[in-house]
Design a protein around this ligand. Structure first.
Ligand SMILES: *[C@@H]1O[C@H](CO)[C@@H](O)[C@H](O)[C@H]1NC(C)=O
Ligand SMILES: *[C@@H]1O[C@H](CO)[C@@H](O)[C@H](O)[C@H]1NC(C)=O
Ligand SMILES: *[C@@H]1O[C@H](CO)[C@@H](O)[C@H](O)[C@H]1NC(C)=O
Ligand SMILES: *[C@@H]1O[C@H](CO)[C@@H](O)[C@H](O)[C@H]1NC(C)=O
Ligand SMILES: *[C@@H]1O[C@H](CO)[C@@H](O)[C@H](O)[C@H]1NC(C)=O
Length: 504
């Protein structure tokens, strides 16, 4: 009797406390969101896909959540990052040709709010640690002016992992590219960036005021070239004879450990149970720099699936389901509406999104509402062959689109080889067919049946080719002209204190 009475009293007290603390309580219900983006991390470079690399932390995290096995990013970094930050295709932003080079007055346009703007508007604390690569020619394009409360990292595509310097191609001098909200960071020479960014991410977690939910975007430099890793990580892979692959595997091991350290910090802080962590690559692996995408075809920079069928998973203490493998079509633009809705934010005020909320697909296995995926249309890329038809999309233009099972590639897709692991034997012709058929500019694949793009169906299914070309006509009509300014000499870091930064 007494116990029951005490219990009732406790329940009344609890109701009163949560009532008086309503605001706080609402915030606490919304999950913390940590998005870890690896750079140039290949499809065949994670333990659960690859025979030669071990990633115990990433494997375990994936096991505790949902592996995305039909997940797409873009073939290179600025495009993937711009689509992640905007929820929109490159063709809408003028970013359809190449990446943003240092010295180009180009940036993610300010005409639509970023994902970070939206998370901040929803009441989140917002932090970016690591790579930005979405333009910096004016102050207004820097991360802390695009929705992030704090930024610690670098602005360009890649650099030396320990000196944090990047060679400016026009004068051959290496200049610093490392800064935070307050300006350049000069005193981290020698600090390997995987450790540095892991520490900074841990600092963010430790300093986080839990009255707000947390949004942290951790964009590692790993495992982009140059191939650099502290010896202790490379040593674990002394059995790998190929030097590039060996160093690369070491770099992966360091990143795996780093993600483990960040996860531990979230647990130590007591907020892991209310955290969703997404892990993703930004594009396919760079086969010339130790990365691997086999059995997928092609690599980074190409329109083959090896360039953009990415590694990704969703995990965290707040995941309602565990141990699932998801085969639904999901794209990097989808994170924008998925995460904003998860944060109970509002999607008002954006330009029309290409992304689709995939939360029910990821957590409840509902069929993806994404049936169409524009991989890209790049009108500036050198044309290949002659147009197949006069009355529809010009097939000499580099483009690719996915509709349901089917993927159409036109123009020059890039390196058409398959790249097995060093020393791995395969029983089919892996050579670049573009040399044999110099004018071929149309390929059609059923990716569901043939994910490795070995059986071109374009001759067998001309009706499907025509139908997919019509999608390209439509997307092409919606494109804005590509922004591709010539190199601006005023960007030379020697004119700005020897540091990469805004020049206008
Ligand atoms: C990186 O910078 C360090 C220090 O300046 C230098 O010793 C090293 O050779 C550089 N590594 C690469 C790959 O450029
Ligand atoms: C992870 O934490 C351990 C223990 O503090 C440390 O030795 C290691 O260097 C850290 N690794 C990374 C990549 O930050
Ligand atoms: C969107 O709605 C929120 C309130 O839900 C408001 O604070 C914000 O200003 C709106 N944003 C835009 C761009 O309209
Ligand atoms: C395209 O148009 C040109 C000139 O109008 C014509 O010569 C050619 O046969 C046409 N090609 C196709 C595939 O219809
Ligand atoms: C693609 O292949 C799958 C699996 O074999 C098959 O079920 C589907 O019907 C094919 N799609 C088309 C459009 O041919």
């Amino acid at each position: 009797m007494m116990t029951l009475f005490l219990r009732l009293l406790f329940a009344v007290w609890l109701a009163a406390v949560s009532g008086s603390n309503n605001n706080n309580n609402n915030n606490n219900k919304r999950p913390n969101i940590v998005f870890v983006l690896a750079d140039d991390y290949g499809f065949n470079d994670i333990g659960y896909h690859s025979p030669d690399i071990s990633t115990p932390v990433l494997d375990q995290l994936a096991t505790e959540g949902v592996r995305l096995e039909n997940y797409y990013v873009q073939p290179i970094c600025s495009p993937t990052r711009s689509q992640f930050m905007s929820g929109r295709y490159q063709i809408r932003m003028g970013l359809q040709h190449g990446l943003i080079n240092s010295g180009q007055a180009s940036a993610l346009p300010r005409d639509s709010p970023t994902l970070a703007d939206k998370m901040r508007e929803a009441g989140y604390a917002t932090h970016l640690v690591g790579k930005w690569h979405l333009g910096y020619y004016k102050q207004e394009f820097l991360p802390f002016n695009r929705g992030f409360d704090t930024f610690y990292g670098y602005l360009t595509a890649c650099e030396n992992y320990t000196s944090h310097k990047r060679v400016y191609p026009q004068d051959g001098v290496a200049y610093l590219d490392l800064r935070d909200n307050n300006g350049p960071i000069h005193n981290e020479n020698g600090h390997y960036s995987t450790h540095l960014f892991t520490e900074k991410a841990i600092n963010v977690v430790q300093a986080h005021d839990t009255s707000k939910p947390l949004f942290m975007y951790l964009a590692y430099q790993s495992v982009h070239d140059p191939l650099m890793v502290p010896e202790e990580y490379e040593k674990k892979y002394s059995h790998i004879k190929d030097e590039k692959r060996r160093i690369y595997a070491g770099m992966v091991a360091a990143m795996d450990e780093g993600v483990g350290n960040v996860t531990k910090a979230l647990k130590d802080k007591g907020i892991w149970d209310n955290t969703i962590l997404v892990f993703s690559t930004d594009n396919g692996g760079q086969v010339y720099g130790g990365g691997n995408n086999f059995p997928l075809r092609g690599h980074k920079h190409t329109l083959w699936d090896g360039g953009m069928h990415g590694v990704g998973f969703v995990t965290g203490g707040k995941m309602p389901v565990k141990g699932l493998v998801n085969n639904e079509l999901i794209h990097v633009t989808d994170w924008y509406p998925t995460l904003v809705n998860l944060a109970k934010g509002s999607l008002n005020g954006t330009k029309p999104l290409d992304g689709i909320d995939q939360w029910d697909t990821i957590t409840a296995g509902k069929p993806s509402r994404r049936t169409v995926l524009l991989h890209n249309i790049d009108q500036l890329f050198p044309k290949r062959g002659v147009p197949l038809y006069n009355d529809t999309f010009d097939t000499s233009v580099r483009a690719a689109v996915r509709v349901g099972d089917m993927k159409l590639i036109t123009g020059d897709p890039g390196d058409a080889k398959w790249w097995p692991l060093p020393g791995q034997k395969v029983d089919f012709d892996i050579s670049d067919e573009r040399h044999k058929h110099p004018n071929k500019n149309v390929w059609l694949f059923n990716i569901t049946a043939d994910p490795n793009e070995r059986h071109d169906l374009s001759h067998q299914m001309p009706g499907t080719v025509r139908s997919l070309l019509r999608y390209l006509v439509k997307f092409n009509a919606e494109s804005v002209p590509p922004v591709w300014p010539t190199h601006d000499w005023r960007s030379n870091p020697s004119r700005h204190g020897g540091v990469y930064g805004p020049w206008m």
